[in-house]
Design a protein around this ligand. Structure first.
Ligand code: SAH
Length: 252
């Protein structure tokens, strides 16, 4: 199954969220990471302008969110329900750290629908809610301050799932940087070194009879930055202008 299809089978369930802003933040976190299915169990206030504002371009996820009267309703159709909790709960499943659990969550998503169940901002998940889940996952945060903001917890889960679904290297939007040109070839770089050597020799900066470490060092410097064609042209243009003015390195 393709990574995007796997992520589409993972739903985020927010139990009794109090702050519409957190619902919006969760929607944004989901869309940023390629998830789309949001369930809200008795939200205190929804829809709400604050949720829309925090969701920004993820308002489509809010518009499609399913508002449920109970957790059972939100879990209908799911084959695996996972409780998200900062602390172990009475009679609940033993929590695993998120990165260790991601492989199993994705394997389950390949076979059925997976629900990630998040708790209320103040009280977290109730024991009854946790006991309805088959597994528990924790974000291994600072033990002295382990409870994340609800939207932030959704973000961490969605990010780990995205990394897992794409085998650690999700595609980026556009790997090219503005104004980049193709990489220079070996012969173009060698042409630049030869040009530089002529100008430096005539300028008295370099003595081919006593080369020392200058060229190995310059090769190391330029090798590190992986010169592009445009950059070679600029550097050779500078050398050519210097030759023009000073006569250094002229061939004639
Ligand atoms: N004060 C609550 C936590 C509320 S945070 C408590 O102590 O339980 C809101 C929700 O975000 C939690 O119910 C949980 O689903 C999720 N969450 C926050 N921090 C988390 C962590 N470190 N690991 C897993 N889930 C976390």
């Amino acid at each position: 199954m393709k990574p995007a299809e796997l992520l589409a089978k993972i739903r985020v369930v927010l139990c009794r969220p109090s702050h519409p802003g957190n619902i919006g933040a969760a929607a944004r976190a989901m869309k940023n990471m390629g998830l789309s299915s949001l369930y809200l169990v008795t939200p205190r206030q929804f829809p709400d302008p604050e949720a829309d504002a925090r969701a920004t371009d993820a308002v489509d996820i809010l518009a499609a969110a399913r508002v449920c009267a109970s957790l059972d309703e939100a879990l209908a159709g799911a084959t695996l329900a996972v409780a998200l909790s900062a602390r172990p709960r009475d009679l609940g499943p033993q929590p695993r750290a998120v990165r260790e659990a991601v492989g199993d969550l994705l394997a389950a998503a390949a076979r059925g629908e997976v629900a990630l169940v998040f708790g209320n901002e103040t009280t977290g998940l109730s024991n009854e809610e946790v006991q309805r889940c088959h597994a528990a996952v924790t974000i291994p945060a600072n033990p002295e301050f382990s409870s994340l903001n609800l939207g932030a917890a959704v973000q961490v889960l969605c990010y780990e799932l995205r990394l897992g679904a794409y085998g650690g290297t999700p595609p980026s939007a556009d790997p090219t940087t503005p104004f980049a040109s193709p990489p220079a070839t070996h012969d173009e770089v060698e042409g630049f070194y030869a040009h530089l050597e002529r100008v430096m020799t005539d300028a008295g900066f370099y003595n081919p009879a006593q080369p020392g470490r200058l060229f190995p060092k310059l090769r190391r410097l330029f090798g590190r930055i992986r010169l592009e064609k445009d950059e070679i042209n600029i550097l050779r243009g500078i050398l050519a202008a210097t030759q023009e003015k000073t006569g250094f390195g002229r061939r004639d």
